[in-house]
Design a protein around this ligand. Structure first.
Ligand code: HEC
Length: 300
């Protein structure tokens, strides 16, 4: 006994504010696995328990814990807590009343809160699975309220749409677009090559499989790089400055002949080029012009 006392006396005294509330430990041991603070997971939240069992109903609370009933059909049967002494159950009740005080119930019954899109400065680029494109797509979210889908599998610009809200993070299914695209590139093959450097010559589609080389950011705008046949093609996507326009700056190297871009499209946009001539939706460029040219898409 003497030894026991001296042991007690030599125990350091915990600072007043570090003493956990008396109900905390028995709560953690017996109840915490199923009762979360503010959301219904297995059992009702502490916030909801506190509502149903205010201080005046401590007796009922203890009675329930020892002999739980069945109220919520969507929840499992709560096991009896009869092994926990009444005094501890009362302390648990006091503990949850003070813990839940002033806390708001989380809306919804979800275990995981809904994904919230982080706020990011525009423009930004996000890898995503997008509709009507390959799963290896890149969303380009521009600062003028327009967005672009660029397909890194097919190595081409797929479409442009209005909206800079992306819901591009769902890995289970392609993202849904906020609006139908106003411009969809519809040609089977974008780039056609001439047999010689002669604009009037005949063009044939380059059906070689393009190889995606990656992209880099220039002032946060992506420049996509791919090889096609013997050419190296870079396409930088950004806003055209004014309202509803998108700029696509191309540079093509190792080119020794004229090319033609089949700009057939669906939707409601006007396409113009700073080089070459567009006729019937086809842009013809000499080898020199094709080294560097810019397409502008304007939403009608
Ligand atoms: C294994 C999971 C589990 C554990 C552990 C558990 N509960 Fe529950 N509890 C439930 C579930 C599930 C319900 C809802 C049952 C229903 O409504 O049919 C519930 C309901 C309650 C209710 C009644 C709420 C109401 O609406 O009337 C009280 C009170 C309660 N629990 C207290 C406790 C206390 C105190 C402990 C710890 C000593 C504890 N529970 C431990 C799962 C659990």
């Amino acid at each position: 006994m003497k030894y026991f006392l001296s042991l007690l006396l030599t125990l350091p005294l915990a600072a007043e504010d570090k003493v956990p509330p008396p109900g905390e430990q028995p709560f953690k041991t017996n109840c915490a696995a199923c009762h979360m603070l503010a959301s219904d997971v297995v059992g009702p939240s502490l916030v909801s328990l506190a509502k149903t069992y205010p201080k005046a109903k401590q007796g009922e609370f203890v009675a329930w814990a020892k002999a739980p009933g069945k109220k919520n059909t969507n929840m499992i049967q709560m096991p009896s807590m009869a092994h926990v002494p009444d005094a501890d159950l009362a302390k648990i009740h006091d503990y949850l009343l003070s813990t839940a005080d002033g806390v708001k119930e989380k809306s919804g019954k979800e275990l995981y809160p809904k994904f919230k899109e982080p706020k990011r400065p525009l423009p930004y680029v996000v890898r995503a699975s997008m509709p009507d494109s390959s799963p290896a797509s890149v969303g380009v979210i521009l600062e003028n309220g327009l967005s672009v889908c660029w397909d890194t599998e097919a190595c081409r610009f797929r479409y442009a749409y209005v909206g800079n809200k992306t819901n591009l993070f769902n890995i289970w299914k392609p993202a849904s677009l906020p609006n139908k695209p106003f411009y969809v590139e519809s040609s089977d093959v974008l780039i056609h090559s001439a047999t010689s450097d002669d604009k009037k010559g005949s063009f044939f589609p380059i059906t070689a499989k393009p190889r995606f080389r990656g992209y880099r950011l220039i002032d946060r705008n992506p420049e996509f790089h791919y090889s096609l046949g013997g050419f190296e093609i870079r396409e930088q996507v950004g806003t055209g400055g004014s309202g509803g326009t998108i700029k696509r700056q191309f540079t093509i190297s190792h080119l020794d002949r004229s090319i033609q871009l089949d700009l057939s499209s669906k939707g409601n946009a006007i396409v113009s080029s700073d080089k070459g001539t567009i006729k019937d939706g086809k842009l013809s460029l000499t080898a020199a012009e094709a080294k560097s040219f810019t397409l502008t898409l304007t939403k009608k």
